[in-house]
Design a protein around this ligand. Structure first.
Ligand SMILES: Nc1ncnc2c1ncn2[C@@H]1O[C@H](COP(=O)(O)OP(=O)(O)OP(=O)(O)O)[C@@H](O)[C@H]1O
Ligand SMILES: [Zn+2]
Length: 660
């Protein structure tokens, strides 16, 4: 669950909680990625080509360095070392070196210096050694059996050797880097099916996604259409000197179809679509991310007009002061800078449009949003009732529906669900029908799929009677408080059949789409969440571990009330716990944080006391629900309200599950 209480279902569970309800995780098996796997082989030649500039630069550097060193030698007395005389040594050369005043270092093994035979023209061989004449040297050389050749072969070992030695660390480093770089790519290719680092354009014809596949985007369609139009007729804009759109930021919660929208934009315009996830850019090695960005854009430019899509841009685009940053800092910044450079670099004329998606537009570095970069933000919201209906219609294409399926009804009972959730719902329903061996997908399949998504899959375990009874009180406590509090979301279902990791579940969902919450509603949510624990304490006099998940939920809401939503008078109308930022970095004092803690405790204690009071006053209702629950294990909305003798607030209900 994310940390706003805006999730579709207010399910409260007893038992070791699954912190992330099964509604999200493995939900999108159909999510196709831009790259057909196994295309990496074709990249090899271009990879070599890419490395060529590096090699050329290196070679040039070595040559230049060598040349400079060589040049130096012409003028200044550079030490020349004759470690030994081979028979290729030219005596004239030796003399020349002497004449220039160079020092010969090392041993003249073949020509031992003769004491006293000093010549004026020749410098000292070595300060502490006697000098000798050229003739003398020649004689000695010949005596030693050396051939005096016409070609001067001066062994330049000294300079060259020093050069090589001084280069060795750099060369080693370059080699190592190269090796790592290649290894990373191979690893990436191996692990992620051959496409993690390199994106090829998807053939626009082969995976053509169009606006027909995206539903409920009426509000953003106008803006997106402009991008499509530009990609289709860039000349029309160019002629008028209109600045082309460069970057479009798609902001919205996960699963709202941002990727789909970007892909559909490419599909509509009939241009290639390059996609990458920003998190893929971040590698351990600094510079790799930037390199990948460069490649991505280079390839897009080659086939422009095109769309480059960067998902999760916030992983690299977080503003510097932000508390949470992923990946190495340098790497992140370099990669971000590379993206900015690429965007600054191309003129609109090239026809590359960058689309990026984020669910945290608030944390983005302002540099990203400057004109000429991502200067358009399109907010994609979770769909409303009509939107959900439209999305369902898209996804039931090709799914044979039974006559009893009413998509309006399905849309009505799924407030808060995103496009991805709905796609999953249809998929799960179809799977259920297939498992039954049915020809069509029925309303019952939808009901069961929704239940599985909201409550988790049923688990086949034998619960001891004592535990079962305790669970029944716990869930009945949640349900009763949900029904007793005015303004609370209607209770849809209660079960003491273990589901997912929970021993029992109470599900309440809002009647209609909710966009904001008032304090009373939130307190009701806390009281309801604490209702299970309160019932256990009320009836058995002890508290069990079954309330862990409930406490997490209630505390989270209380913290947000006091620290984020200004609902505590003692804290005041200030934001102490801004979303996803470290309050201490934001300069919040410890005293204020302590006050929030105290307020969280106060709110929770008040709500708990309220829960206890309500349960005590309605003990007969509690017992009635428990009795029905132990008998039927699962109760639907009408039965729950009937058992408690409380009028039902809602009429809508996806009555597909028949209780045992
Ligand atoms: N508006 C929509 N119309 C039709 N289908 C949708 C819509 N929104 C989402 N979906 C379905 O959900 C799937 C996932 O959506 P998508 O990956 O585009 O969401 P997203 O916003 O990019 O999510 P995330 O932020 O998690 O990457 C889509 O492939 C599509 O099947
Ligand atoms: Zn509970």
């Amino acid at each position: 669950m994310d940390d706003r209480p805006t999730r579709p279902s207010g399910a409260t569970r007893r038992g070791r909680p699954s912190p992330q309800p099964e509604t999200r995780a493995p939900e999108r098996p159909w999510r196709t990625e831009g790259v057909p796997p196994g295309q990496d082989d074709g990249d090899r030649p271009s990879r070599l080509r890419r490395l060529r500039p590096l090699a050329v630069a290196l070679l040039a550097y070595v040559l230049l360095f060598g040349l400079v060193t060589w040049q130096d030698q012409g003028d200044a007395p550079v030490p020349v070392s004759y470690t030994e005389f081979s028979d290729q040594v030219d005596a004239r050369n030796v003399a020349e070196v002497f004449a220039r005043g160079s020092t010969i270092q090392g041993e003249l093994r073949a020509a031992r210096p003769v004491p006293g035979s000093s010549g004026e023209n020749y410098k000292q061989f070595a300060t502490e050694r006697p000098t000798f004449a050229e003739d003398d040297l020649l004689t000695r050389l010949e005596d030693a059996g050396a051939t005096v050749s016409a070609e001067p072969v001066v062994e330049q070992r000294g300079a060259l050797w020093n050069l090589l030695i001084s280069f060795a660390p750099i060369l080693l480093l370059v080699a190592f880097y190269w090796w790592l770089f290649r290894r990373q790519r191979q690893l990436g290719a191996g692990l992620f099916g051959g496409g993690s680092s390199r994106r090829k354009p998807v053939d626009p014809e082969s995976v053509r996604v169009t606006f027909d596949d995206v539903a409920g985007i009426d509000e953003v369609e106008a803006e997106i259409s402009e991008v499509v139009d530009f990609l289709r007729n860039p000349d029309k804009y160019r002629r008028l000197g209109a600045r082309a759109p460069k970057g479009v930021l798609l902001a919205g919660p996960p699963g709202t179809g941002k990727t789909l929208l970007a892909r559909a934009t490419a599909g509509e315009a009939g241009v290639p679509f390059f996609s990458a996830s920003a998190s893929e850019f971040i590698e351990l090695i600094v510079g790799v991310g930037a390199q990948r960005v460069r490649e991505l854009f280079a390839e897009a430019r080659k086939v422009a007009p095109a769309i480059v899509f960067i998902d999760e841009i916030d992983t690299i685009g977080r503003s510097r002061g932000s508390a949470v940053a992923t990946g190495g800092h340098d790497e992140r910044e370099q990669t971000l800078n590379q993206i900015l450079t690429e965007m600054d670099g191309f003129s609109g004329a090239e026809g590359v449009i960058v689309m990026a998606a984020t669910n945290r537009p608030d944390v983005l570095d302002p540099a990203l949003l400057r004109p000429g970069r991502f200067d358009r933000t399109i907010t994609v919201n979770p769909p409303d009732l009509d939107g959900r209906y439209a999305i369902l219609q898209v996804h039931v294409r090709g799914v044979p529906l039974a006559d009893d399926v009413d998509l309006h009804q399905v849309a009505a009972v799924t407030p808060g669900m995103t496009g991805a959730d709905l796609a999953n719902l249809v998929n799960q329903a179809a799977i259920g029908a297939a498992r039954r061996g049915a020809d069509t997908v029925s309303a019952r399949d939808f009901g069961e799929a929704l239940e599985r998504i909201q409550l988790g899959a049923e688990r086949d375990v034998v619960i001891p009677p004592e535990e079962r009874r305790r669970t029944a009180y716990h869930e009945a406590g949640h349900a009763l408080l949900g029904m007793l509090q005015p303004g609370a979301d209607p209770v849809r279902k209660v079960t003491i059949i273990p589901r997912g990791r929970a021993l029992g579940v109470t599900l309440s969902t809002p009647e209609a789409d909710r966009y904001g919450y008032d304090e009373r509603y939130l307190r009701g949510r806390i009281t309801g969440a604490l209702g299970g624990m309160a019932a256990e304490e009320e009836v058995f006099g002890v508290v069990t571990t079954g309330a862990e998940n409930d406490l997490e939920n209630s505390t989270r809401i209380a913290r947000a009330m006091a620290g984020r939503w200004g609902m505590s008078q003692r804290v005041g109308p200030v934001s102490v716990l801004p979303q996803d930022a470290d309050p201490r970095l934001a300069g919040v004092s410890d005293a204020l944080l302590d006050t929030v803690d105290e307020e969280v405790r106060r709110i929770s204690e008040e709500c708990y006391a309220e829960a206890r009071r309500l349960l005590r006053e309605n003990r007969d209702r509690l017992e009635a629900i428990v009795e029905r629950l132990l008998e039927h294990e699962t109760l639907e909305e009408p039965e729950i309200y009937a058992a408690a003798g409380i009028p039902r607030p809602s009429g809508r209900h996806l009555g597909a599950t028949v209780p045992a």
